[in-house]
Design a protein. Structure first.
Length: 406
């Protein structure tokens, strides 16, 4: 942690829309909490957007500006939007999809700050006290873009830049370790409630039944009748597991039809709207999409073995390597953890290979060994993640709900 870590900062943010939705813009500023010195200002137009979207955009800009000043800052966010403050504090539900995405982005910045030893508090203030941010948001609505970093002009400019780089490296290490069973070095043990992630594989499609590959960029079939019945049962099983959970769970799906349909069923059972994240998509299999393993074995016998064992192998015609797919899945996991929040719950409707990636990361095993892990259609796998970096696989490939009378 840098020598300047723990600096107390105030972020004031606002956003507006002339017409709601209409011409929109945001504004934000960062103050030193002790001296009230103005450290940074942000403003930008957003085109046509709602007032709430503009307010969230101002919040994100302010948080990122504060993070640049000190990645381990203790930040008090002050806004006159009670909606944004209550939602970010976890007390109010976020229903609108656009706001869910923006809240996810804001929570990712907050997560980085927390990983570096910082903190964020949420304070509602009356509109008349938020005049400076309001003025900046009006500048944004007028088409003006402002990105002023007054703190860089100070005498300790160079030293602080070096400290920030060091802290950024610490954040990157922490992000890499969040799915490791080893605690982050130097971090105190987290004995609180873990963040719970339920990985749900989609129900079956006709391709699933026929044993055909169907990756990202393929035919993208919908669930068949059996798959829809499986989705309904797994949704009930998820709701039963979460009936005693504190707070509301979030539901995330890949962008592929079968996962979105499964996630929609889960969302209905929990009373929440799913958030789509395409990085949870299945691996792209290029020209093999739509082929059975038997057909691939006949035409490409050597390459089929490489698909399982060579993490750098990609099928011709736009296929992804395992490394490429794993990188985006792990990024999706980071966003999902941020969306769930510390001690919260997220349900992810996804595919076999992404589930394998997460489990392989936790168990520190190769991609080839990960094929030995089962992830049946409409199964649930439970993971618990603590802030100190420890991770536990609570249960694996639960399919007990497949029997409608069991």
């Amino acid at each position: 942690m840098s020598a300047g870590a723990g600096r107390r900062l105030v972020v004031e943010a606002d956003g507006g829309s002339r017409g709601n939705p209409g011409v929109a813009g945001y504004g934000a500023l960062v103050l030193d909490a002790e001296s009230s010195e103005l450290l940074a200002e942000r403003a930008a137009p957003l085109g046509k957007a709602s007032n709430n979207v503009a307010e969230y955009s101002g919040l994100i800009a302010g948080l990122k500006a504060a993070e640049e000043i000190d990645p381990a800052a203790r930040i008090d966010v002050r806004m006159d939007s009670k909606l944004v403050i209550e939602q970010m504090a976890g007390r109010w539900k976020i229903k609108h999809v656009d706001m869910q995405r923006l809240a996810l982005e804001a929570r990712e910045v907050v997560r980085r700050l927390l990983e570096s030893g910082g903190s964020v508090t949420w304070t509602w203030i009356p509109r008349e006290i938020n005049k400076a941010a309001d003025k900046l948001s009006n500048d944004g609505m007028d088409g003006e873009t402002i990105e002023s970093d007054y703190w860089r002009d100070s005498a300790h400019d160079v030293a602080r830049s070096e400290e920030t780089s060091e802290a950024d490296e610490t954040v990157e290490v922490a992000e890499q370790q969040i799915l490791s069973t080893d605690s982050t070095p130097g971090a105190p043990p987290d004995v609180g409630r873990p963040t719970r992630i339920l990985l749900v594989r989609h129900g079956v499609t006709d391709f699933t039944v026929q044993g055909r590959l169907d990756g990202r960029g393929g035919a993208d079939p919908s669930l068949n009748d059996e798959g829809r019945a499986q989705a309904a049962r797994v949704a009930g099983a998820v709701a039963a597991r979460l009936k005693d959970a504190s707070g509301e769970a979030v539901v995330v799906t890949s962008s592929l039809a079968r996962a979105k349909e499964t996630g929609a069923a889960v969302g209905r059972s929990l009373g929440v709207d799913p958030v789509e994240d395409a990085d949870w998509d299945e691996q792209s299999f290029g020209e093999w999409d739509g082929l059975t393993f038997g057909e691939i074995s006949e035409r490409f016998p050597d390459d089929l073995n490489r698909l399982r064992s060579d993490e750098g192998f990609a099928v011709d015609g736009g296929g992804e390597t395992h490394v490429q797919m794993a990188k985006r899945v792990e990024q999706a996991m980071q966003r999902t953890l941020a969306l769930a929040g510390s001690g919260g719950t997220a349900v992810v409707a996804t595919h076999r290979k992404p589930i394998m990636v997460i489990l392989a990361s936790i168990l520190d095993i190769s991609a080839e060994r990960a094929w030995r892990l089962a992830a049946s259609p409409a199964s649930i796998t439970g993971i618990e993640v603590w802030r100190d970096g420890n991770v536990s696989i609570a249960f694996l490939n639960d399919t007990h709900h497949h029997d409608p009378v069991g």
